[in-house]
Design a protein around this ligand. Structure first.
Ligand code: CAO
Length: 539
């Protein structure tokens, strides 16, 4: 049954920009999955799906300005309901103004303190503080974000009700707050007035709309919608999965920073203001480095290709852009060497074929990559240096005690590398089954960032396509990657005669800062031994 999904009540804000579109026609979604992200100048909010189904038609695009009631998409609903009316996405809740209360005032002085408390946050209680944007002594302008709160459903900034200087902060990161809790005090400048009203409120004020603060009329900012927030999700076109508050997003936009590239250090994978600053600092110093050594890359000239014939300009999709940036970084920063070798897989291939049928009965496709996964885990155990990463300073090696292996998967959108975890503890069929699962997910653009994190080593198999060898780029922070090309029957000289053997070409690229050439040759030799006699995998 087709359903129209509309923009829900977003707190009375109109013409809000669509900054991310998380779904495309064909995307299968569950109830509460984020469909789009909206951003006003005060808040970002994900609009979640009111029900599960498959997206049939998208009615809005990036950059569109939307208001309550606008049509987002047509959904083929998973379950038929008897609902007649067009479906609205679940309602993001709105909040009222931060409550300000004068703690002290004097007609003789030109300043007073404002106690800023948590406003009505839509009925949520005990909401953790995930970010504190200010410190004592900071000057803030009206509406500057002071703190960010995040429940499991919503994230929001609490803005300054008016300009002033932060006197003291009464909360800490991780504190849980509810409506009316004191956040901080602001020293605000006031015009001297002849008399203080005799009955200045002294008790906790809970309704800012009617609050009159002696010496300072605190005009609270407009209500902010609470952003319904979903955990990081599928990576795909237009899906950043970045977890950041409105102020951080705004800052990133102003600085032109792509948040997907920023290393998060906040709780639950949240990108903080400091993370954006650190990223910008890093970029600046990276850009200066070539100039210091007198080395400057020549810029790519702008070429008008249409002078030579008909052309079409196709923007790179998000995966291609991300892969391109990572490849470029790894190509430039990792000193690569590629070691070539061959493994005799004659017996292995016989065994694979003998097991293929019983695997198929279990619904499993037993391909070469499953054997490679097991062999690589074995070789990593024998050569622990291949199971390390350089830390960000480049001065320490991190030795891993786990065996998570990435597998490059070719998809119509570009190259992605899902990770099979704890390969050493899994059986062959389990590895094959998992590989099938992640390849399928990858091709349907359903991999989550977690599916692609934590690799120790990567396998890139072009054996199903063709070729005799290639030089894969190390998938940093891994220190090595195994390229595999198409196996071929070759004459191998053994016991004074040439015998036909099925030889698998191996191309091992490694980071020469960490791995020496001899170590690489030993690693491929071990791989050769394990692949030639898979019984050794059991040892
Ligand atoms: N030699 C000969 N035949 C091979 C082979 C090899 N090295 N590797 C695979 N094949 C055969 C398989 O046996 C299979 O045939 P059968 O159906 O008879 O078993 C056929 O080729 C297709 O295999 P496949 O590619 O579907 O499956 P796979 O497990 O070998 O690979 C995956 C899975 C995900 C690695 C692969 O599909 C893929 O995406 N490869 C591309 C990776 C890539 O783009 N790398 C480049 C990155 S740049 O560094």
């Amino acid at each position: 049954m087709m359903k129209e999904i509309h923009i829900p009540d977003i707190g009375g804000v109109d013409n809000v920009a669509v900054i991310e579109v998380h779904v495309a026609p064909g995307t299968e979604i569950s109830e509460e999955d984020a469909l789009i992200t909206l951003e006003s100048d005060k808040a970002t909010m994900d609009v979640p799906s009111p029900q599960a189904g498959v997206v049939k038609e998208l009615k809005i695009g990036l950059g569109d300005k939307v208001s309550e009631g606008d049509l987002i998409l047509i959904l083929e609903a998973a379950e038929a309901t008897d609902q007649q009316a067009p479906t609205e996405a679940p309602k993001p809740q709105s909040v009222s103004e931060p409550v300000v209360q004068s703690e002290e005032s004097s007609p003789q002085t030109a300043a007073s303190s404002l106690n800023v408390t948590v406003p009505d946050i839509g009925g949520f209680n005990e909401v953790p503080i995930i970010e504190i944007y200010v410190k004592a002594g900071d000057e803030v302008s009206e509406e500057d974000p002071l703190i960010a709160l995040e429940s499991d459903k919503a994230t929001m900034d609490i803005p300054a009700p008016q300009s002033g200087v932060v006197e003291s902060i009464g909360v800490a990161l991780g504190d849980k707050v509810s409506e009316g809790d004191s956040v901080l005090t602001l020293k605000i400048a006031t015009a001297a007035t002849p008399e203080v009203p005799a009955e200045a409120p002294t008790s906790e004020q809970t309704d800012s709309k009617s609050t009159t603060v002696p010496q300072a009329q605190a005009t609270a900012p407009k209500p902010q919608p609470v952003a319904t927030q979903t955990a990081t999700k599928t990576v795909g076109a237009g899906q950043s999965g970045v977890h950041a508050g409105p102020a951080v997003r705004r800052m990133a936009r102003i600085l032109g920073v792509d948040l997907t590239r920023v290393k998060d250090t906040g709780p639950r994978g949240r990108v903080l203001k400091e993370d954006v600053e650190a990223y910008v600092r890093e970029q600046m110093s990276e850009r200066q480095a070539p100039a210091n050594t007198g080395f400057q890359l020549p810029e790519m000239p702008k070429i008008d290709f249409s002078k030579f014939g008909d052309i079409e300009t196709i923007p790179l999709n998000r995966i291609k852009k991300l892969t391109g940036a990572n490849m470029h970084r790894n190509w430039v920063t990792v000193p690569h060497v590629t070691q070539f070798d061959e493994a005799d897989i004659t017996e292995l291939e016989k065994f694979r074929k003998s097991q293929k049928l019983s695997a198929e009965e279990k619904g499993i496709k037993l391909t070469m990559v499953a054997f490679l996964l097991k062999a690589v885990a074995g070789a990593l155990k024998a050569h622990p240096m291949f199971n390390t990463s350089l830390d960000e300073t480049g001065e320490n090696l991190i030795q891993k005690q786990y065996y998570h292996i990435g597998v490059a998967v070719d998809t119509p959108e570009g190259l992605v590398v899902p990770v099979i975890r704890n390969v050493d503890k899994k059986g062959l069929f389990e590895c094959a089954e998992e590989l099938m699962g992640v390849s399928e997910k990858a091709r349907n653009m359903q991999l989550s960032p977690r599916d692609m994190q934590g690799s120790c080593f990567t396998i890139s198999s072009l054996g199903g396509v063709g070729g005799t060898a290639f030089t894969p780029i190390v998938n940093a922070p891994d220190v090595a990657i195994l390229g595999v090309s198409r196996a071929q029957m070759k004459p191998v000289y053994k016991n004074d005669e040439f015998v036909p053997r099925l030889m698998l070409p191996l191309s091992l690229s490694y980071d020469h800062r960490v791995i020496d050439g001899a170590a690489a040759a030993r690693f491929t030799t071990t791989l050769g031994v394990l692949l030639a006699d898979i019984r050794k995998l059991l040892l």
